[in-house]
Design a protein around this ligand. Structure first.
Ligand code: C5P
Length: 222
C-alpha cells in the first residue's frame, strides 16, 4: 500500500519580478515543505517536489525548480493527476506585477510616490481542491488575526481536506505552533520542531487518503 501513495509537495516562496532586478517575495525558507518531503520519503512514499527559490531543500528528493506563482501553477497542473495527496506548504505570492519592465525602473525625481499595478495570481491549492478526484488536498493558512476562523473559511472555500493553520512565527523558523484542522477536528501542536509536525501531517493525510479509498471500495461492493 505504502509504495502506491504519491505526494505532490509545493514548497518555498515565489518571486514576482517587477523589473530585471526587483521582485516581490517573502521570507519562506522551504523548511516545512522539505521536512514533509523527507518524512514521506522515509516512510516509503513517492514524492514529487516543486520548489520556489528556497534556502532549504530536502535530501534525496528530485526538485522541480520554479520561480513565479505562474510557473508553480503550471508545474502543479502537469503533475496533479499523478498525486494522491497534494500538500501546498509554499508561500505563493497572491499578486504579481501586471507588467514586468524590460529595463530597470528609474527613479522619478518629480514625484515621491510611485504606483505598481498588481495582478492576481491563480490560487493553486484552490485549483487542486476544485479538481480533485479521490485525492487529499492540504493547504496552509498563515494569519496575523482570527487564525482558526480564517483557516476554517479556507478549508471550505478551497475544498480542502486539511488545513495547517499557523501564525507568522512559523515563517523561516525551525519550530512552529500549528493547528491541524479537518472539517470536524482541530489538533493544536505547540512549539515543536517542523520535522515532528511534518510526521503528524503526513500520518494524518495518509489516514484520510486510506479512509477515502475504503469508502470508495465499500460503495463499489454495494
Ligand atoms: O488564501 P491564502 O493565500 O492565505 O491561502 C493559503 C494557502 O493557499 C496556502 O496553502 C498557500 O500555499 C495557498 N495558495 C495558493 N495559491 C496562491 C496563494 C496561496 O495555492 N496564489
Amino acid at each position: 500500500m505504502n509504495k502506491k501513495i504519491t505526494f505532490l509537495i509545493l514548497s518555498g516562496p515565489t518571486k514576482e519580478y517587477i523589473d530585471p532586478v526587483r521582485y516581490i517575495s517573502n521570507e519562506s525558507s522551504g523548511r516545512m515543505g522539505s521536512a514533509l518531503a523527507e518524512v514521506a520519503i522515509k516512510k516509503g512514499y513517492d514524492v514529487i517536489f516543486i520548489s520556489g527559490p528556497a534556502k532549504v531543500l530536502p535530501k534525496d528528493v528530485k526538485v522541480i525548480d520554479v520561480l513565479t506563482a505562474l510557473d508553480m501553477f503550471k508545474a502543479t497542473q502537469l503533475n496533479f493527476k499523478k498525486a494522491n495527496i497534494v500538500i501546498n506548504a509554499a508561500a505563493v505570492a497572491d499578486y504579481r506585477s501586471a507588467k514586468i519592465s524590460k529595463h530597470k525602473i528609474k527613479k522619478d525625481c518629480t514625484s515621491s510616490l510611485m504606483t505598481i499595478k498588481l495582478k492576481q495570481n491563480p490560487d493553486i491549492i484552490k485549483y487542486c481542491g476544485e479538481n480533485k478526484k479521490n485525492q487529499v488536498i492540504v493547504g496552509f493558512a498563515l494569519e496575523t488575526k482570527d487564525l482558526i476562523k480564517n483557516a476554517l473559511i479556507k478549508l471550505k472555500n478551497k475544498s480542502l481536506d486539511l488545513v495547517i493553520a499557523n501564525g507568522v512565527g512559523a515563517f523561516n523558523s525551525k519550530n512552529a505552533t500549528v493547528n491541524i484542522i479537518t472539517p470536524n477536528s482541530i489538533l493544536e501542536i505547540k512549539n515543536r520542531n517542523k520535522n515532528i509536525i511534518a510526521e503528524k501531517i503526513i500520518n494524518e493525510t495518509v489516514r484520510i487518503f486510506k479512509n477515502i479509498k475504503l469508502c470508495k471500495d465499500n460503495s463499489r461492493r454495494l
